[in-house]
Design a protein around this ligand. Structure first.
Ligand SMILES: [Zn+2]
Ligand SMILES: [Zn+2]
Length: 114
């Protein structure tokens, strides 16, 4: 299965749009939404940061499966299945493509200064 690559400029434009993907699990610290962001150090990894204080909790597998995102296969247009191929993402077994979720998430900002 090959990783589907989108042009960098296209991805940058997409990530600049202020839409956010959130976990269904609230943060333990503030009982607030947890926004999914790209881990700044490890490519392909996803963090889930508290919307109030910025504390990071890793995205657990069960949470990823609950996201219910509709990701369309770029080749056959069918819905890609959520799965994991080293990283969380979506795959189409028919076409042999994998789309990493981290690729479309904004960069994590970490905890804001207190
Ligand atoms: Zn918090
Ligand atoms: Zn396909």
């Amino acid at each position: 299965m090959r990783i589907h690559q989108v042009e960098n400029a296209v991805m940058a434009a997409w990530r600049a749009y202020p839409i956010r993907v959130v976990s269904r699990q609230l943060s333990r610290c503030c009982q607030s939404s947890r926004l999914l962001v790209r881990n700044e150090l490890a490519e392909g990894w996803i963090d889930a940061i508290c919307a109030v204080c910025g504390k990071n909790e890793f995205l657990r597998h069960a949470e990823f499966e609950e996201l219910d995102l509709w990701v369309q296969c770029p080749i056959c247009q069918n819905r890609a299945e959520p799965g994991r191929q080293e990283f969380y993402g979506f795959y189409c077994a028919e076409c042999g493509v994998f789309l990493r979720l981290a690729d479309l998430l904004p960069q994590g900002t970490g905890a804001p200064p207190s």
